[in-house]
Design a protein around this ligand. Structure first.
Ligand SMILES: Cc1cc2nc3c(=O)[nH]c(=O)nc-3n(C[C@H](O)[C@H](O)[C@H](O)COP(=O)(O)O)c2cc1C
Length: 189
């Protein structure tokens, strides 16, 4: 007799096989956007504000969930702006950016900077760093970078940054985003 975990694995792989039946390999034409969003939404992310100064020295910024650590030697990080973003071209022109990792108590900052309003930093407290980058007050970590490369990635760009300097600024909960909802980190395991 098969142990129970084997039967569970069989059930999972049978259901997965039927989902993927007739769809060998990666076949973009057969993956509908709603399924893609729903399945990829089961991977939780942190939430960051990517900030820079525009040509008029006003802060520009966008919220991303795609920020990731990339390389330790040399120190590099990355994120993926949508090609339709109106803020990314301003950040790209600056040639540098700051990654502000948001805490779970910074929902107002998140909502304001993720919006499409004319002044994304209205009501958002920030200071300008020695590298001429806006640092969002109360972020739990800041990573200042210069842009190393911008690579085509479908309907997004993949931006790699060389880290200039970085620090954690407070020891509180990060903001997490999962299946369209926000939360904090709860160490329950
Ligand atoms: C939790 C969260 C994560 C997001 N992640 C990304 C992302 O990784 N890349 C992206 O281009 N936009 C992302 N967005 C959308 C942008 O923050 C924002 O809506 C968009 O930049 C606003 O338009 P603008 O770039 O034209 O100012 C995210 C929004 C939220 C709320």
């Amino acid at each position: 007799m098969k142990p129970q975990y084997c039967e569970q694995l069989d059930a999972i792989s049978n259901s997965h096989r039927s989902q993927c039946k007739g769809k060998p390999g990666v076949n973009a034409a057969t993956i509908d956007p709603a399924t893609f969003r729903q399945v990829l939404g089961s991977y939780p992310t942190g939430v960051c504000v990517i900030s820079a100064l525009d040509e008029q020295n006003n802060p520009a910024g966008m919220v991303v969930g795609t920020f990731t650590s990339v390389s330790l030697d040399p120190p590099m990080v990355g994120f993926l702006p949508d090609k339709s973003s109106t803020s990314w071209p301003k950040i790209e022109k600056a040639g540098r950016f700051c990654v502000n990792v948001l805490g779970s108590d910074q929902q107002q900052v998140c909502r304001q900077v993720a919006g499409k309003g004319p002044d994304k930093f209205e009501g958002v407290e920030y200071a300008i760093s020695d590298n001429d980058l806006p640092i969002v007050a109360n972020s739990i970590a800041c990573i200042e970078c210069t842009i190393h490369s911008v690579t085509d990635a479908g309907d997004h760009w993949f931006v790699l940054g060389n880290v200039l300097c970085l620090e954690t600024t407070r020891d509180d909960d990060p903001m997490l985003f999962y299946r369209g909802r926000y939360g904090g980190f709860d160490e329950t395991l």
